[in-house]
Design a protein around this ligand. Structure first.
Ligand code: NAD
Ligand code: TYD
Length: 352
């Protein structure tokens, strides 16, 4: 079996759903169910005994030790993190605790577990660390995209905490021989995305008749990747990546925030026109910029393609169309997340 941390979050839950579409290997899902953890994302797995959920924190060494020795996973896939840049600006503490201290405690528990495995299982074991392109900092307009050799220059408390965790993971390979893999991925979008992030927030606000807030001039660039492509990349790196290596994952799709929001508005105009027949784009408002806002991210994903044969299956046009459709088809999911009702469901369903 594999152990997934943070499997109730946006990417972790997409990963687990995708995993069971390709495999029947059991998944042990350890998640602290912070505000971003939502077990409703995994409701379709109810009754599937191959998915075992444990409500717990990656910083809880006793729990980790018990889980590792009783379930004996062949791999740990580490998604759990505080992930929202704006929250990290308002309150960095949780980011330090989970992303740095939590990853350290997880690595320590995994190191002890790995150390006592029989030789063949030891060699086959993998610790896959899911990280971000934000560790590289901000690109100028004419600079080439981030390759794996780019130096780390994180600019927000979020990216600094992820950079620290990447360094710890690297050190556990070099010092203790832990067979680690690290992926640094660009901005994801798709189903089950918590509506505090740009794309789900804009869809939700547009439909609710609310303003669509664009930070600063809206010319910041992100390299958007459909979440299903990220999940496929992680599966591929787990399967064939070389221990100690890092792999950049991206969609070859740089877009300004303003263009992303305009695209969302025109899709909504097509699928669900406003009552007054005017465009949702009229709801766009420019608001104060994010402090320290990185101007541009872009990923050079050629290593992953060359060495492991991965390429994104979705273009932005196909992925964003699917995504907008998904939100329109799942108004209950959105309503329950925005009202906080998903927490009651979790408590009832899982006594979490
Ligand atoms: P998310 O915020 O949606 O989910 C995080 C999950 O981790 C939640 O289920 C939460 O309950 C859980 N969690 C938080 N603290 C925990 C702790 N101490 N112990 C156990 N569980 C805990 O995040 P996401 O967008 O799904 O991101 C997942 C990973 O991918 C993160 O490591 C993030 O840095 C990385 N990443 C995200 C993106 C993106 O665009 N969202 C891009 C690249 C990399
Ligand atoms: P976000 O989804 O928070 O991801 P990240 O900060 O990790 O890239 O934001 C994506 C981009 O959209 C980023 O440049 C900030 C911008 N943004 C807005 O302009 N308005 C918003 O309301 C939000 C949430 C983000």
């Amino acid at each position: 079996m594999i152990l997934v941390t943070g499997g109730a979050g946006f990417i972790g839950s997409n990963f687990i759903l995708d995993w069971f579409r390709h495999s029947d290997e059991p998944v042990l899902n350890l998640d602290a169910l912070t505000y971003a953890g939502n077990l409703e994302n995994l409701a379709s797995l109810e009754g599937n005994t191959s998915h075992v959920f444990v409500h717990g924190n990656i910083g809880d060494t006793d729990l980790l030790t018990r889980l590792l020795s009783s379930h004996r996973p062949r791999a740990v896939l580490h998604f759990a993190a505080e992930s929202h840049v704006d929250r990290s600006i308002h309150g960095p503490d949780e980011f330090i605790q989970t992303n740095i201290v939590g990853t350290f405690r997880l690595l320590e528990a995994v190191r002890a577990y790995h150390g006592q495995l029989p030789e063949n299982e030891k060699n086959d074991f993998r610790f896959l660390h899911v990280s971000t392109d934000e560790v590289y900092g901000s690109l100028e307009k004419d600079e080439p995209p981030f390759a794996e050799t780019r130096r780390y220059e994180p600019n927000s408390p979020y990216s600094a905490s992820k950079a620290a965790s990447d360094h710890l993971v690297r050190a556990y390979h070099h010092t203790y021989g832990l067979p680690v893999l690290t992926t640094n991925c660009s901005n994801n979008y798709g189903p089950y995305h918590f509506p505090e992030k740009l794309i789900p927030l804009v869809i939700h606000n547009a439909l609710a008749g609310k303003p669509l807030p664009i930070y600063g001039d809206g010319q910041q660039i992100r390299d958007w990747l459909y979440v299903g492509d990220h999940c496929a990349a992680i599966r591929r790196v787990l399967e064939a990546g070389s221990p100690g290596e890092t792999y950049n994952v991206g969609g070859w799709n740089e877009m300004s925030n303003l263009d992303v929001v305009r695209t969302l508005c025109s899709l909504l105009d097509e699928f669900q026109p406003r009552g007054d027949a005017r465009s949702h784009a009229e709801q766009i408002v420019f608001v104060a910029d994010r402090p320290g806002h990185d101007r541009r991210y872009a990923i050079d994903a050629r290593k992953l393609e060359r060495e492991l044969g991965w390429r994104p299956a979705e273009t932005f046009a196909s992925g964003i169309r699917k995504t907008v459709r998904w939100y329109l088809d799942h108004p209950d999911w959105v309503a329950r997340v925005t009202s906080g009702a998903y927490r009651e469901w979790t408590a009832k369903q899982y006594r979490a």
